[in-house]
Design a protein around this ligand. Structure first.
Ligand SMILES: CC(C)(COP(=O)(O)OP(=O)(O)OC[C@H]1O[C@@H](n2cnc3c(N)ncnc32)[C@H](O)[C@@H]1OP(=O)(O)O)[C@@H](O)C(=O)NCCC(=O)NCCS
Length: 193
């Protein structure tokens, strides 16, 4: 096994919530994941990111990119992904999507939980994101984990003209949510009470 493969394997965090008899694991994103990711991206957003935009994020020192993939079955596939930036004690979520047929099965929760865990380790205190006013489903998703609307940016999305809710959460509080309620996270959590 190459050093890169070994490193990749060590970084792997396994989660054991069954999903239609499958499992989900979270790993760092690599350029090899982009074909699958671009399909999910195109199906999920009005203005999907290009391959170049994802590659740019993979090279950025402040950017972190993770993927959720099914495993333990014959045909592992990417179920979802998230890209966030870490700077000045803040994690800023720039992108998150779950493959349409795998939604509402906890994949987004796994991605968010891993992002919170990793961001805490890197010293972040706040997590911020923008969500379109029309994207009620995503707003409900983030609210579940303690995110609250801080302000509205009018016509933030130039393609659709939609407003953006700026939502934020205290990462320590969010981590408590996962620590107390999510018994499917297998390791790496520390008590923040
Ligand atoms: C938002 C998104 C990432 C959520 O991923 P997911 O894997 O379906 O989320 P989960 O299964 O972990 O859901 C967690 C909670 O979010 C809420 N939620 C998720 N989808 C919802 C929906 N369609 N309607 C209402 N609530 C929803 C629920 O509270 C849910 O908990 P529950 O299932 O116990 O009721 C996914 O819907 C998606 O990819 N949407 C398109 C892209 C997008 O909008 N990205 C966010 C941009 S800011």
């Amino acid at each position: 096994m190459s050093n890169t493969a070994l490193h990749h394997q060590r970084r792997k965090v396994q989660h054991y919530r069954p999903m239609s008899a499958q499992f989900i694991e979270i790993t760092d994103m690599t350029s090899n994941d982009l074909d699958e990711i671009l399909q999910i991206e195109k199906a999920s957003f009005h203005a999907p990111w290009s391959r170049g935009m994802f590659l740019h994020e993979l090279q950025s020192t402040i950017s972190r990119s993770i993927v959720a993939r099914t495993c333990g079955n014959a045909f592992p596939e990417i179920a979802g992904y998230m890209i966030y930036w870490l700077f000045s004690g803040e994690a800023h979520i720039h992108k998150m999507a779950v493959k349409e047929i795998l939604r509402r099965q906890g994949v987004g929760t796994k991605l968010l939980g891993e992002m919170i865990r990793l961001s805490l380790r890197e010293g972040a205190q706040w997590c911020v994101l923008e969500v379109a006013r029309s994207n009620e489903r995503a707003k409900i998703f983030y609210e579940k984990f303690g995110f609250r609307v801080q302000t509205v940016r009018e016509r933030y999305y130039t393609e659709s003209g939609d407003d953006a809710f700026v939502m934020a959460a205290d990462i320590g509080e969010c981590a408590k949510w996962f620590h107390e309620r999510d018994d499917t996270v297998d390791d790496g959590w520390e008590s923040h009470s």
